[in-house]
Design a protein around this ligand. Sequence first.
Ligand code: SF4
Length: 369
Amino acid sequence: MPGQQEETLIKKKYAKEIEQVELWEELLRKSIVDEGQLDAICKGNIDKEKLKAVIKKYPMRINPYYLSLVKKKDDAIWKQCIPDVRELDDPKGFEDPLCEERDSPVPGLTHRYPDRVLLLVCNQCAMYCRFCTRKRKVGDPFKRITRAQILRGIEYIKGHPEVRDVLLSGGDPFLLSDSYLEWILKELRSIPHVEIIRIGTRVPCALPHRVTPELCNMLKKYHPLYVNIHFAHPDEITELSESACNMLSDAGILLSSQTVLLRGVNDDPKVMKDLMQKLLKIRVRPYYIYQADMTMGINHFRTKVEKGIEIIEKIQGWTSGLCVPHFVIDSPGGGGKIPILPNFIVSRDDKKIVLRNYSGKTYTYEEHC
Ligand code: SF4
């Protein structure tokens, strides 16, 4: 626990944010969740009946903060949060494209890779992204994650000494109360073989008010802790999201970003480069760009793989290496993440390798003989 002096310093430094401490739950309560509210925003310009059917299948939640980032209809923010009738017309998608349920020895836990597990702790989010891979379960009141389910996951981890890394996800773990999240972290930290805890969240981007000094003070007791934040567009980087990231960084938490490549949102090398550069400025290290999964209901967001390769080509070498994330396809059928790279090898034999640099010039490296 921080001392009183430290608490006072934190409160002084983040006075503006502290005023907003009580806000996050209120903002969530004020979220737009039904077609009537959406109709009011869109000034009667929607097909209410069709959107009602979309929302019934895939819940909508747009909190007032995220909605305030929309500058005009159909912009990058709008597309991420406003339901689209095409979500119901997707003959190609799969409910669970990554086969997370198949690799789930106990409900809510996926054990796919040798030394790490995914533990789902909450099915709520600050807003429901229309392109979510877990559309099948986020926001569904009948699929809430219970304490008993989390305990089963923790028991599984206790019984598997090979698990050294636990990724908490959902939904969004930061939608839990501080005390509930602390209970989970404390349980995990009591397991000697758990070395690393990671949290996947969209909160610093979609509802930064939730990142409070209290949350940060709690989190920093459970190091080493890593937080992966989901940012998709430069317009999501605001004074408030920057403050939220600074508070987490100041608590000693290493921040990374993950970005899904989305048609009409960020499928443009300039937009992606801008995003990656802005992330570094707020102390968030670009980690992954994901090719959009083959999830049912998101076909209209998917791009050609070629677009991701082009984006990496136009970032790699043209800006700081720290700005260059891994471009990956999370392989359908549960094969895990596979990195996709532009081809920088022109030719290769036993004696030499001919390489192409970022600007297209070629260079030869002689092999050691
Ligand atoms: S915040 Fe993450 S889990 Fe929640 S809806 Fe968005 S992509 Fe899905």
